[in-house]
Design a protein around this ligand. Structure first.
Ligand code: HEC
Ligand code: HEC
Length: 221
């Protein structure tokens, strides 16, 4: 009798532990593999080992540096309720994003988030960029460089957002992206992207300007 009770208690506690979110990354990796997320996403890098054919073979962006790119809270939420980020389908300039990304249950999303957050890149140095309403950053983003022609970003007045559609939306970057990743991505795009549909700004922007524009983007509501 006692034994049964403790077994039941033990089971209840282990269920609670999972529901509580202390899911371990290995469990998340298993879910990731079982749900066939690997069919559309790479979890190995860096980019320079990949070819154009490799990139076209996957329908979604690479996730091998997800832990450096995303904010954990955003990632867990998005996996449960994915909303389109790219107006155009990934790797396409003509086909509309249908917004039909697979959804995960709360438990699976938590576990996969734990797993994805372990995937990091050494090229991202922590604590360099602080999100800021930088006037100099805005100048780079909206005037000096054509960033706003390809990316949606929050607008002040009646329209909620403005900008171009060929790149991922940067609306909500404040909650979604790691500020230090934005800077690393601008400084060393070759680490992250095998095929670049975004122009490289290295050589056109000084390091200080890269920092300003990264801080500005990282502050987008
Ligand atoms: C049929 C292909 C496909 C499958 C299967 C798939 N994804 Fe995706 N995934 C995509 C595409 C396409 C995007 C880009 C969506 C957008 O920008 O709106 C994406 C975006 C993402 C993102 C955001 C990446 C970024 O850089 O913005 C994450 C995280 C993600 N997927 C995780 C997963 C997980 C976890 C699974 C397994 C349940 C999964 N995906 C299954 C195609 C897929
Ligand atoms: C010609 C269009 C174009 C211009 C100009 C451009 N981008 Fe991009 N940007 C893209 C595309 C396309 C991607 C997605 C790359 C990919 O996933 O292959 C991207 C990706 C990004 C990302 C990562 C977003 C994510 O969720 O993955 C950031 C941040 C970014 N751009 C910032 C900038 C800044 C800052 C500038 C100006 C200095 C800029 N972009 C100029 C097209 C552009």
């Amino acid at each position: 009798m006692r034994l049964t009770l403790s077994i039941i208690l033990g089971m209840a506690i282990s269920v609670m532990a999972t529901a509580d979110g202390r899911a371990d990354p290995a469990a998340g990796k298993k879910v990731f593999d079982d749900k066939k997320c690997t069919e559309c996403h790479y979890t190995d890098g860096p980019a320079k080992e990949k070819t154009i054919a490799d990139q076209l073979a996957k329908k979604g962006p690479e996730l091998w540096y997800a832990g450096s790119k995303f904010q954990k809270k955003w990632l867990g939420k998005w996996l449960k309720d994915p909303k389109p980020i790219r107006a155009m389908a990934y790797n396409s300039m003509t086909e509309k994003n249908k917004g039909d990304h697979p959804k995960m249950s709360g438990g699976d999303a938590k576990a996969v988030t734990e797993f994805l957050m372990t995937l990091t890149s050494d090229a991202v140095k922590a604590g360099v960029i602080k999100p800021k309403k930088s006037a100099k950053g805005r100048l780079v983003f909206t005037k000096k460089m054509p960033c706003s022609g390809c990316h949606l970003f929050p607008a002040k007045k009646r329209a909620k957002f403005k900008g171009g559609l060929s790149g991922p939306s940067l609306v909500g970057a404040r909650k979604r992206l790691n500020p230090d990743w934005i800077f690393a991505y601008l400084m060393t795009p070759e680490v992250f992207k095998p095929v670049k549909s975004m122009p490289v700004f290295v050589g056109f922007l000084k390091e200080k300007e890269m920092k300003n524009v990264a801080a500005y983007v990282a502050n987008f509501k």
